[in-house]
Design a protein around this ligand. Structure first.
Ligand code: PBG
Length: 315
């Protein structure tokens, strides 16, 4: 076996190659700030004011990154997430600005309620219960408003049953047959989202997300979630988080063969950053190795906060 491991021959027999083309860079857009602001639990990652978003996309595109997923921090929150489907909402404005300057950027938008609700949950709440069916039309409205702003792909992340079907039919009946859906199909109730909740101010006022996100003790259940989403019309399915869920990713890819995304989440980023800062691990090499492992497990697309660093590394 060692004959092919010489540096000269290794590249010839390499099974997987990470390409910048398959990376998606998350961008936090904050309506409440006028200069970019570092996220404390995500060192070297920032929230951007609406006016700086297109420049940031431009900087990333110069390094070869082509796809972006947007998360909004709105100026206004209420019980029913009105600012999430406002034509002049933070994400809608940001998408417009990005597309005006970079029409070749792939713009994906996260479709959820949690950043826009006072209670911070991903659905409409009544008597402390996160309601499923009452949330679906709201998700449809959010998706249509993102499509109107120019989004290429909408990405529902709230784990409501039937969300893909509801969004597909809202998009289709509003003339957006070509807007794709990347569903957070197998999204686990994970402790790895902690830093994101700082970044997006989407922490919840009561309870937790276990009544809608998956139990991490379960693997086969993810296949049922993915199957449902594909039947409802998902174009891309996602497994989230990534690193501790490579078994799920592989099972999903092997079983369905559909375009499959993995979300290398905020907590995974923070761990690598922290160990790098301490000098305990080589941050870039570790980030690269993790992304290659995610790809090897079956991901076609990877959402990662290391996108720019890896793009530089891949050069
Ligand atoms: C919103 C959403 C979350 C993430 C992406 N979309 C947070 C959550 O469900 O609590 C997490 C992303 C990350 O941790 O990097 N529903």
């Amino acid at each position: 076996m060692r004959r092919l491991r010489r540096d000269l021959l290794r590249p010839l027999v390499r099974e997987n190659r990470l390409s910048i083309d398959e990376l998606i860079m998350p961008i936090f857009v904050d309506e409440n700030i006028s200069v970019k602001k570092e996220i404390p639990s995500m060192p070297a990652y920032y929230r951007f004011p609406v006016n700086e978003v297109a420049d940031e996309v431009g900087r990333a595109m110069e390094k070869g990154i082509k796809a972006f997923i947007l998360f909004g921090i709105p100026a206004y929150k209420d019980e029913v997430a009105s600012s999430a489907f406002d034509k002049n909402g933070v994400v809608q404005k940001a998408v417009g600005k990005i597309k005006a300057e970079h029409d070749d950027a792939v713009v994906i938008t996260d479709v959820c309620l949690c950043e826009y609700t006072t209670h911070g949950h991903c659905g409409i709440v009544r008597d402390g219960i996160i309601l499923n069916d009452e949330t679906l039309p709201v998700l449809g409205k959010i998706a249509v408003s993102h499509a109107e702003a120019g989004a290429d792909i909408v990405a529902p992340s709230g784990m409501m049953d039937g969300m893909v079907k509801a969004i597909r039919s809202s998009l289709d009946s509003n003339g957006f047959q070509n807007v794709a859906i990347m569903s957070y199909s197998a999204k686990y109730a994970s402790n790895f989202y902690g830093p994101f909740r700082d970044a997006a101010e989407s922490g919840y006022a009561f309870g937790d997300r276990r009544s809608y996100q998956m139990d991490f003790h379960n693997g086969r259940e993810a296949l049922r979630e993915v199957e449902l989403d594909l039947n409802e019309g998902a174009d891309i399915v996602m497994v989230k988080p990534a690193l501790a869920y490579l078994d799920i990713l592989k099972a999903v890819k092997d079983k369905f063969g559909a375009p499959t995304a993995a979300y290398n989440v905020s907590g995974e980023y923070a761990m690598v950053k922290a160990a790098g800062k301490m000098g305990w691990l080589d941050e870039r090499q570790i980030a690269y190795e993790i992304l290659v492992a995610i790809k090897r497990a079956g991901a076609d697309l990877i959402i990662t906060y290391h996108a720019i660093e890896i793009a530089e590394f891949l050069g």
